[in-house]
Design a protein around this ligand. Structure first.
Ligand SMILES: Cc1cc2nc3c(=O)[nH]c(=O)nc-3n(C[C@H](O)[C@H](O)[C@H](O)COP(=O)(O)OP(=O)(O)OC[C@H]3O[C@@H](n4cnc5c(N)ncnc54)[C@H](O)[C@@H]3O)c2cc1C
Length: 432
């Protein structure tokens, strides 16, 4: 169990309760020098740091709290190949050749995560398989079109379409109208993946400082300075891996993504038989609603369920009640089951739902954020390829940073009401 932080949306989490042992990291004070300073110790920052250290750089990581405190330690643990855009949208927007290269980049992300888990022996309860379940018959036809496009245009045949009847072997709920399995998907304990990365980075020579909030990052003539209360890190390059909090360090970049709050619960242990009766496939499951339900079984046979989104910054009065109603809609038989844990966090969402990855005009500050609920795999890719680009291999970075991006209209003040209006419209369409 990690120490309490005072944030109820972290402290009451199943992941905190079952976290692997983690060291106490020092707080930075005084002036330090490095080749690379990374701000933020989630998957993005930790993989950038780890890869940079492997490539010979001296790296310092600074986090306001500690590794895994952000979305990386709170997410649904669903490993979903691909992007938030489906394959058909990618082909339409980029054409077949470039579209396939972009899709393949997401498979590269998946392979990199698997390689990290295996290479560093990260004990993160990794299990195979991800299924997307159709909310209605028209969504099922949509999944069928998607499977066809994946096979035809992406040369990707690791998906299976399951009819409404066969779909019960994936998820035993009467709510769904069939589904699509991605065999290269999976699920894991997200916080333990982050803590495992932090340990691997430390082993590779990275120096991590916790409880160290960066106040500003400034590009100077021949270096960059990350300033904290009572100290600085001077480096050749900086990586902003601050996800939903990027705007506090760089207001312009912050305008490219916004936080959407999302919550999870974990039931009491259900026992192997009852758990298997709910999700016979033991895969990660998400459905096709705009405000989606996503769920999976934990290693100790709890149901971990995420559902509902909140567009206003206040917490729901009861996270249990807020999420449980969605869980009971999928699994009405769980009425008698106790909720043991609840938690939540901010999903960094970009305007077009593609990650925003790049470097500033001055060239010394690199950034990656706005993974739009698809960050469990893509962040490891982003972090690693930024480090590789710094070391001179810009191939994958060039492709990822060429994805289109636009700031939200209205700047940091007005983006919220404008975006909320749009999201509420789509959420309402689900109910019609
Ligand atoms: C509830 C929830 C469920 C999700 N479910 C899934 C899922 O099932 N599958 C999936 O693919 N994706 C999911 N996501 C998205 C995924 O978790 C994120 O895309 C990913 O973790 C982002 O990683 P990151 O390293 O970029 O950011 P984070 O993990 O948020 O890390 C950012 C770090 O920066 C630090 N920081 C911020 N500002 C400063 C500063 N000024 N100085 C120092 N440090 C700073 C923070 O403390 C934090 O540790 C989910 C997200 C949430 C919140």
């Amino acid at each position: 169990m990690l120490p309490a932080t005072g944030d109820p949306l972290f402290d009451q989490s199943y992941y905190r309760a079952t976290a692997m042992a983690a060291p106490q990291y020092e707080t930075l004070s005084g002036d330090h020098h490095a080749d690379l300073v990374v701000i933020g110790a989630g998957y993005t920052g930790l993989t950038a740091a780890l890869r940079a250290a492997e490539l010979g750089m001296k790296v310092i990581v600074l986090d306001e709290y500690f590794p895994g405190f952000g979305a990386s330690g709170r997410n649904g643990g669903q490993l979903i190949p691909g992007w938030r855009w489906d394959a058909r949208t990618i082909v339409k927007a980029f054409g077949k050749e470039r579209g396939k290269a972009i899709f393949d980049l997401s498979l590269n992300a998946r392979d990199r995560v698997m390689a990290r888990v295996a290479h560093h022996h990260i004990a993160c309860d990794l299990k195979p398989g991800h299924a997307t379940m159709a909310w209605n018959p028209s969504h099922y036809r949509d999944l069928a079109d998607e499977a066809e496009c994946l096979a035809r245009d992406m040369d990707y045949s690791d998906v299976d379409l399951l009819s409404p009847d066969a779909g019960r072997s994936l998820v035993n709920s009467a709510l769904y109208h069939g589904g699509m399995v991605d065999k290269r998907g999976g699920h894991f304990h997200p916080l333990n993946y982050a803590l495992g990365l932090a340990q691997a980075a430390t082993d590779a020579g990275v120096k991590i400082f916790a409880n160290t909030r960066v106040i500003g990052v400034t590009e100077q003539k021949d270096k960059v300075r990350a300033g904290v209360e009572g100290g600085n890190v001077f480096a050749q390059q900086a990586m902003l891996a601050t996800d939903t909090k990027t705007g506090r360090v760089n207001q312009r970049l912050g305008g490219f993504a916004m936080p959407i709050l999302n919550y999870n619960i974990a039931t009491q242990p259900l026992g192997a038989d009852r758990a298997k009766a709910l999700i016979p496939s033991d895969m990660a499951i998400a459905d096709t609603r705009f405000v989606l339900n996503y769920f999976r079984l934990s290693a100790d046979n709890r149901l971990i369920f995420g559902g509902g989104e909140k567009y206003l910054p206040s917490m729901p009065a009861s996270v249990d009640a807020f999420v449980r109603k969605h869980m009971l809609q999928v699994f009405p038989d769980l009425e008698d089951v106790k909720i043991d844990y609840r938690w939540g966090g901010a999903v960094g969402v970009s305007r077009n739902r593609l990650p925003h990855v790049g470097r500033t005009d001055g060239g010394k500050i690199w950034f990656a954020h706005g993974f739009s609920g698809h960050g469990a795999l893509l962040t490891t890719l982003a972090g690693e390829i930024v480090a590789e680009a710094m070391a001179g291999d810009a191939g994958a970075f060039a492709l990822m940073s060429s994805l289109p991006s636009k700031p939200f209209p209205g700047g940091t003040l007005l983006r919220w009401p404008l975006h909320v209006a749009g999201m509420l419209y789509y959420a309402m369409r689900d109910r019609l």
